[in-house]
Design a protein around this ligand. Structure first.
Ligand SMILES: NC(=O)c1ccc[n+]([C@@H]2O[C@H](COP(=O)([O-])OP(=O)(O)OC[C@H]3O[C@@H](n4cnc5c(N)ncnc54)[C@H](O)[C@@H]3O)[C@@H](O)[C@H]2O)c1
Length: 382
């Protein structure tokens, strides 16, 4: 994983975070790290990843990616990330110990939310343990609902932004045909992408989960698939509708005839060793670092349109940043706030999609450094 995260756009060799700290409590089986990659106006934010394999380097790379993501959408807040090595048998103890350890950071302006392996309930648990109440943070958008309730309305926000990136890429090519879409990953992001691209008039012909790929060349019955998918994003193979075929073979989602491929599972889904199988000519990174740098270079050279993760999957981070920095409107009804946040994400993603593709059309290298320089010149981020 670490090798994949060391993307050249972050100038990994020259890059070092502002602060990287180990968080340990041996009595409670806690091993973790908090990395603050950058501060803007004394603030930083990022998610808390809890996996069995997380490393300090991975957390550093993810924190650097947060800096880029937040700057690209013009938010005045730096990037951070936390990692906790998961110990399933002591999960609650570990989270509580983590909350106590990171309390000074949370109170000092480093917001740590959820990421892979942590839920809103986990985040609430370590906030309580840290005595941290986000709604009391100075300068934050004042909400009528509490933080957790607001998130119930925003669970589809990242996938919405990812779908907007795909739609904008098609619009830019003056492509108004119904297109076939394959989606790797059918979790929170992948399911939302499927709903939004279907609503945008396109046909979802394949989706993949951890068990493999299911496909229907004439279009999957998305609503029925959603009903037989568990919250972790696994489709119940015993209840597949008749029109749906379970494909065999590893990474069968690559071989499906589709014009658009959305990657919404893990890192390094497309690599040099499998990119020759790719059929789609629009690839959207819905997850983080879904294509390796080397694969992206070769795909760009071959004329494939790639929307990078830091452009496409900013929804969740972006709305958190909008609220923490007070950019989102205060004291408005929740529906109005939610609608404002969806509109904002759509605008940011469409704008960055247009600009990143314009830069990519000028030269074959990674377009992100130039886009970042443009946004920084406009006064964004660090
Ligand atoms: N949820 C967010 O708001 C958000 C924001 C930014 C980035 N991301 C990143 O996007 C990715 C997806 O996030 P999510 O929240 O939907 O995760 P999730 O855990 O809800 O879903 C992951 C999906 O990927 C599938 N999957 C796992 N391994 C696979 C494989 N080898 N092949 C095909 N499918 C596989 C799982 O079965 C599941 O359907 C993650 O990398 C996450 O870090 C998520």
């Amino acid at each position: 994983m670490t090798q994949v995260l060391a993307d050249d756009r972050l100038n990994a060799a020259e890059h070092s975070p502002l602060l990287s700290t180990a968080v340990r409590d041996h009595a409670r089986s806690l091993t973790g790290w908090v990395v603050v990659d950058s501060l803007v106006d004394g603030m930083a934010m990022g998610g808390t990843r809890m996996t069995s394999t997380v490393t300090e380097q991975e957390v550093c790379d993810l924190a650097a990616a947060m800096t880029v993501k937040l700057a690209l959408v013009g938010l005045r807040i730096g990037g951070a990330k936390a990692g906790i090595v998961s110990v399933p048998e002591h999960r609650e103890d570990v989270l509580r110990a983590f909350g106590r350890s990171v309390a000074p950071l949370l109170h000092g302006g480093v917001y740590l939310g959820c990421d892979q392996g942590t839920t809103h309930d986990d985040r609430d648990l370590f906030f309580v343990e840290a005595g941290f109440d986000v709604s009391r943070k100075p300068g934050i958008t004042r909400m009528r609902d509490d933080w957790t309730d607001l998130w119930r309305h925003l669970k589809d926000i990242t996938g919405y932004g990812v779908a907007e990136a795909a739609l904008e890429a098609l619009r830019l090519r003056a492509d108004d045909q119904q297109r076939r879409v394959a989606i790797q990953g059918f979790g929170t992001v992948g399911r939302s992408v499927a709903k939004n691209l279907l609503a945008g008039g396109h046909k979802i012909v394949a989706v993949a989960d951890v068990l493999g790929t299911v496909a229907a060349p004439d279009g999957l019955p998305v609503a029925e698939l959603l009903e037989i998918t568990d919250p972790a994003g696994t489709i119940d193979r015993a209840r597949l509708p008749e029109s749906v075929t379970a494909l065999t073979g590893p990474e069968a989602w690559l071989d499906v005839d589709a014009e658009v491929l959305v990657l919404a599972a893990g890192g390094a889904a497309i690599r040099e060793d499998n990119l020759d199988r790719l059929r789609a000519d629009v690839v959207v990174e819905g997850g983080n670092l879904c294509c390796t740098s080397a694969a992206k270079k070769r795909l760009r050279a071959a004329g494939t349109v790639i929307i990078p993760d830091v452009v496409a999957n900013v929804g969740g981070a972006g709305v958190t940043g909008c609220i923490l920095t007070g950019l989102a409107p205060s004291d408005v009804p929740t529906e109005e706030l939610v609608s404002w946040l969806f509109d904002w994400v759509g605008q940011q993603v469409r704008r960055n999609t247009r600009d990143v593709l314009a830069i990519a059309a000028k030269h074959p290298g990674d377009p992100i450094p130039e886009l970042l320089a443009t946004r920084r010149a406009e006064g964004a981020g660090v």
